[in-house]
Design a protein around this ligand. Structure first.
Ligand code: VGL
Ligand code: ZN
Length: 250
Protein backbone atom coordinates (compact mmCIF):
# COMPACT_ATOMS: atom_id res chain seq x y z
CA UNK A 1 0.00 0.00 0.00
CA UNK A 2 1.18 3.48 -0.70
CA UNK A 3 1.84 4.54 2.86
CA UNK A 4 5.09 5.98 4.05
CA UNK A 5 5.49 5.30 7.73
CA UNK A 6 9.14 6.19 8.04
CA UNK A 7 9.48 9.20 10.28
CA UNK A 8 11.26 8.96 13.63
CA UNK A 9 9.40 8.76 16.92
CA UNK A 10 9.50 12.08 18.75
CA UNK A 11 11.11 12.02 22.18
CA UNK A 12 8.67 12.70 25.02
CA UNK A 13 11.46 13.29 27.57
CA UNK A 14 12.30 16.69 28.96
CA UNK A 15 9.36 18.50 27.49
CA UNK A 16 8.11 21.94 28.39
CA UNK A 17 4.61 22.68 29.74
CA UNK A 18 3.53 23.76 26.28
CA UNK A 19 4.89 20.56 24.79
CA UNK A 20 3.09 18.61 27.53
CA UNK A 21 -0.20 20.17 26.53
CA UNK A 22 0.55 19.47 22.88
CA UNK A 23 1.31 15.85 23.76
CA UNK A 24 -1.97 15.50 25.69
CA UNK A 25 -3.77 16.90 22.70
CA UNK A 26 -1.82 14.61 20.37
CA UNK A 27 -2.85 11.60 22.39
CA UNK A 28 -6.50 12.60 22.30
CA UNK A 29 -6.92 13.42 26.00
CA UNK A 30 -9.15 16.24 27.09
CA UNK A 31 -7.65 19.69 27.02
CA UNK A 32 -9.17 23.16 27.05
CA UNK A 33 -10.34 24.53 23.72
CA UNK A 34 -7.07 26.34 23.41
CA UNK A 35 -5.95 26.00 19.83
CA UNK A 36 -6.75 29.23 18.07
CA UNK A 37 -6.32 29.33 14.30
CA UNK A 38 -4.80 32.60 13.15
CA UNK A 39 -3.46 34.32 10.07
CA UNK A 40 -0.66 31.73 9.97
CA UNK A 41 -3.18 28.87 9.72
CA UNK A 42 -4.93 27.16 6.84
CA UNK A 43 -7.90 24.81 6.91
CA UNK A 44 -7.22 22.07 4.37
CA UNK A 45 -10.44 20.34 3.28
CA UNK A 46 -9.43 17.12 1.55
CA UNK A 47 -11.64 15.44 -1.08
CA UNK A 48 -15.01 16.40 0.40
CA UNK A 49 -16.67 15.26 -2.80
CA UNK A 50 -19.80 13.42 -3.87
CA UNK A 51 -17.71 10.34 -4.82
CA UNK A 52 -16.63 9.80 -1.21
CA UNK A 53 -20.05 10.31 0.40
CA UNK A 54 -23.36 8.41 0.35
CA UNK A 55 -24.46 7.65 -3.21
CA UNK A 56 -20.91 8.19 -4.53
CA UNK A 57 -18.71 5.73 -6.39
CA UNK A 58 -16.32 5.22 -3.44
CA UNK A 59 -18.52 6.20 -0.51
CA UNK A 60 -16.80 6.37 2.88
CA UNK A 61 -19.11 5.34 5.72
CA UNK A 62 -20.77 8.45 7.22
CA UNK A 63 -18.53 10.64 5.05
CA UNK A 64 -21.19 13.34 4.71
CA UNK A 65 -21.30 13.77 8.50
CA UNK A 66 -18.10 15.80 8.39
CA UNK A 67 -19.63 18.58 6.31
CA UNK A 68 -21.46 20.43 9.13
CA UNK A 69 -18.31 20.18 11.27
CA UNK A 70 -16.17 21.70 8.50
CA UNK A 71 -18.76 24.43 7.88
CA UNK A 72 -18.77 25.36 11.57
CA UNK A 73 -15.02 25.51 12.10
CA UNK A 74 -14.43 26.97 8.64
CA UNK A 75 -15.82 30.31 9.84
CA UNK A 76 -12.76 30.77 12.04
CA UNK A 77 -10.27 30.40 9.18
CA UNK A 78 -9.27 33.24 6.88
CA UNK A 79 -7.31 30.75 4.80
CA UNK A 80 -9.04 27.69 3.36
CA UNK A 81 -7.78 25.35 0.64
CA UNK A 82 -9.89 22.55 -0.85
CA UNK A 83 -8.74 19.47 -2.73
CA UNK A 84 -10.50 17.33 -5.30
CA UNK A 85 -9.56 13.80 -6.32
CA UNK A 86 -9.72 14.27 -10.09
CA UNK A 87 -9.03 11.21 -12.21
CA UNK A 88 -9.17 10.73 -15.98
CA UNK A 89 -11.08 7.72 -17.33
CA UNK A 90 -8.89 4.61 -17.29
CA UNK A 91 -6.81 5.87 -14.35
CA UNK A 92 -4.10 3.52 -13.06
CA UNK A 93 -5.75 3.38 -9.60
CA UNK A 94 -8.94 1.86 -11.01
CA UNK A 95 -9.33 -1.94 -10.76
CA UNK A 96 -11.05 -1.76 -14.16
CA UNK A 97 -7.72 -0.71 -15.70
CA UNK A 98 -6.09 -4.02 -14.63
CA UNK A 99 -7.58 -7.13 -16.24
CA UNK A 100 -8.37 -9.83 -13.68
CA UNK A 101 -8.21 -7.44 -10.72
CA UNK A 102 -11.06 -6.28 -8.53
CA UNK A 103 -11.54 -3.30 -6.25
CA UNK A 104 -9.36 -3.37 -3.09
CA UNK A 105 -6.81 -5.76 -4.67
CA UNK A 106 -3.31 -4.33 -4.99
CA UNK A 107 -0.80 -4.13 -7.86
CA UNK A 108 2.88 -3.24 -8.00
CA UNK A 109 3.60 -0.14 -10.05
CA UNK A 110 6.90 1.65 -10.74
CA UNK A 111 6.37 3.83 -7.64
CA UNK A 112 5.28 1.06 -5.25
CA UNK A 113 2.18 -0.83 -4.23
CA UNK A 114 -1.11 0.64 -5.41
CA UNK A 115 -4.48 -0.20 -3.92
CA UNK A 116 -7.06 -0.62 -6.69
CA UNK A 117 -10.35 1.20 -6.31
CA UNK A 118 -13.69 1.22 -8.08
CA UNK A 119 -13.77 3.85 -10.86
CA UNK A 120 -14.27 7.09 -8.89
CA UNK A 121 -14.06 10.90 -9.06
CA UNK A 122 -13.86 11.10 -12.84
CA UNK A 123 -13.00 14.59 -14.07
CA UNK A 124 -15.99 16.77 -14.86
CA UNK A 125 -18.63 14.35 -13.55
CA UNK A 126 -21.21 15.14 -10.90
CA UNK A 127 -19.60 12.38 -8.80
CA UNK A 128 -16.31 14.33 -8.70
CA UNK A 129 -18.04 17.56 -7.65
CA UNK A 130 -17.57 19.08 -4.22
CA UNK A 131 -20.41 18.41 -1.78
CA UNK A 132 -23.12 20.98 -2.40
CA UNK A 133 -23.60 21.48 1.34
CA UNK A 134 -19.96 22.41 1.88
CA UNK A 135 -20.09 26.06 2.92
CA UNK A 136 -16.64 27.64 3.00
CA UNK A 137 -17.06 30.42 0.41
CA UNK A 138 -13.79 32.10 1.39
CA UNK A 139 -11.77 29.10 0.12
CA UNK A 140 -9.06 30.57 -2.05
CA UNK A 141 -7.57 27.57 -3.84
CA UNK A 142 -8.76 24.21 -5.12
CA UNK A 143 -5.97 21.71 -5.69
CA UNK A 144 -6.93 18.92 -8.08
CA UNK A 145 -4.84 15.79 -7.86
CA UNK A 146 -4.63 12.33 -9.39
CA UNK A 147 -5.04 13.77 -12.89
CA UNK A 148 -1.94 12.06 -14.32
CA UNK A 149 -3.26 8.83 -15.81
CA UNK A 150 -0.38 6.64 -14.62
CA UNK A 151 0.26 8.11 -11.16
CA UNK A 152 -2.08 8.30 -8.18
CA UNK A 153 -1.96 11.09 -5.60
CA UNK A 154 -3.41 10.59 -2.16
CA UNK A 155 -1.49 13.59 -0.88
CA UNK A 156 -2.43 17.20 -1.54
CA UNK A 157 1.30 18.02 -1.65
CA UNK A 158 3.09 15.27 -3.59
CA UNK A 159 2.05 12.61 -6.10
CA UNK A 160 2.62 8.91 -5.40
CA UNK A 161 5.81 8.88 -7.50
CA UNK A 162 7.20 10.95 -4.57
CA UNK A 163 8.75 13.63 -6.72
CA UNK A 164 5.96 15.39 -8.61
CA UNK A 165 4.85 18.29 -6.40
CA UNK A 166 1.38 19.81 -6.58
CA UNK A 167 2.90 23.15 -5.57
CA UNK A 168 0.73 23.41 -2.45
CA UNK A 169 3.66 23.64 -0.01
CA UNK A 170 5.21 26.53 -1.93
CA UNK A 171 1.81 28.25 -2.23
CA UNK A 172 1.15 28.03 1.51
CA UNK A 173 4.63 29.29 2.42
CA UNK A 174 4.23 32.20 -0.02
CA UNK A 175 1.11 33.14 1.95
CA UNK A 176 2.83 33.03 5.36
CA UNK A 177 1.17 29.79 6.47
CA UNK A 178 2.90 27.81 9.22
CA UNK A 179 0.04 25.69 10.60
CA UNK A 180 -2.08 23.27 8.58
CA UNK A 181 -5.38 21.96 9.99
CA UNK A 182 -6.43 18.91 7.98
CA UNK A 183 -10.03 17.71 7.54
CA UNK A 184 -11.88 15.67 4.92
CA UNK A 185 -11.84 12.20 3.39
CA UNK A 186 -10.51 9.68 3.88
CA UNK A 187 -8.62 9.75 7.20
CA UNK A 188 -6.40 6.78 6.35
CA UNK A 189 -5.62 7.68 2.74
CA UNK A 190 -5.74 11.24 1.45
CA UNK A 191 -6.00 12.95 4.85
CA UNK A 192 -3.10 10.96 6.37
CA UNK A 193 -0.86 11.29 3.34
CA UNK A 194 -1.54 15.03 3.15
CA UNK A 195 -0.80 15.45 6.86
CA UNK A 196 2.46 13.47 6.60
CA UNK A 197 3.61 15.47 3.60
CA UNK A 198 2.68 18.76 5.30
CA UNK A 199 4.96 17.70 8.20
CA UNK A 200 7.69 16.73 5.75
CA UNK A 201 7.44 20.24 4.27
CA UNK A 202 7.96 21.73 7.73
CA UNK A 203 4.44 22.78 8.73
CA UNK A 204 2.91 22.36 12.16
CA UNK A 205 0.09 19.89 11.42
CA UNK A 206 -3.20 19.10 13.16
CA UNK A 207 -5.73 16.51 12.00
CA UNK A 208 -9.22 17.31 13.25
CA UNK A 209 -10.48 13.78 13.81
CA UNK A 210 -14.23 14.45 13.96
CA UNK A 211 -13.94 16.33 10.66
CA UNK A 212 -12.68 13.15 8.94
CA UNK A 213 -14.00 9.64 8.23
CA UNK A 214 -12.01 6.56 7.21
CA UNK A 215 -12.09 3.74 4.68
CA UNK A 216 -10.31 1.39 7.16
CA UNK A 217 -9.02 -1.31 4.84
CA UNK A 218 -7.04 -4.15 6.53
CA UNK A 219 -6.05 -2.05 9.57
CA UNK A 220 -5.19 1.02 7.50
CA UNK A 221 -6.78 3.45 9.96
CA UNK A 222 -4.73 2.37 13.01
CA UNK A 223 -1.61 2.27 10.88
CA UNK A 224 -2.27 5.78 9.57
CA UNK A 225 -2.78 7.25 13.06
CA UNK A 226 0.39 5.54 14.23
CA UNK A 227 2.42 6.98 11.35
CA UNK A 228 0.95 10.44 11.93
CA UNK A 229 1.74 10.27 15.67
CA UNK A 230 5.33 9.24 14.94
CA UNK A 231 5.66 12.13 12.48
CA UNK A 232 4.46 14.66 15.07
CA UNK A 233 1.03 15.28 13.59
CA UNK A 234 -1.34 16.44 16.34
CA UNK A 235 -4.63 14.55 16.61
CA UNK A 236 -7.32 16.92 17.82
CA UNK A 237 -11.11 17.28 17.90
CA UNK A 238 -13.07 20.25 16.60
CA UNK A 239 -13.92 21.05 20.25
CA UNK A 240 -10.19 21.68 20.89
CA UNK A 241 -10.37 24.73 18.61
CA UNK A 242 -11.05 28.11 20.07
CA UNK A 243 -13.21 29.60 17.36
CA UNK A 244 -13.20 33.37 17.42
CA UNK A 245 -16.45 34.75 16.10
CA UNK A 246 -16.41 37.12 13.17
CA UNK A 247 -13.87 37.32 10.39
CA UNK A 248 -10.33 36.27 11.22
CA UNK A 249 -7.79 39.05 10.69
CA UNK A 250 -5.09 38.26 8.16
C1 VGL B 1 -8.92 8.52 -1.74
C2 VGL B 1 -8.89 6.33 -2.35
C3 VGL B 1 -8.72 6.68 -3.66
C4 VGL B 1 -9.07 9.53 -0.65
C5 VGL B 1 -8.76 8.88 -3.06
O1 VGL B 1 -9.51 10.67 -0.93
O2 VGL B 1 -8.75 9.20 0.51
N1 VGL B 1 -8.97 7.23 -1.39
N2 VGL B 1 -8.67 7.95 -4.02
ZN1 ZN C 1 -8.68 8.47 -6.10
Amino acid sequence: MNRRFFLKTASLCGMTAAAGLAARVAFGQSAPASIEPGADSVLLVVDTQNCFTSGGTLAVKDGEQIVPVINRIGKAFANVVLTQDWHPRGHVSFASSHPGKKPFDTVHLSYGTQVLWPDHCIQGTEDAGLRQDLDVPQAQLIIRKGYHKNVDSYSAFMEADRHTSTGLGVYLKAHGIRRVFVTGLATDFCVANSALDARAEGFDVYVIEDATRAVDLNGSLAEAWDAMRRAGVKRIQSSDLRLVSGPVKS
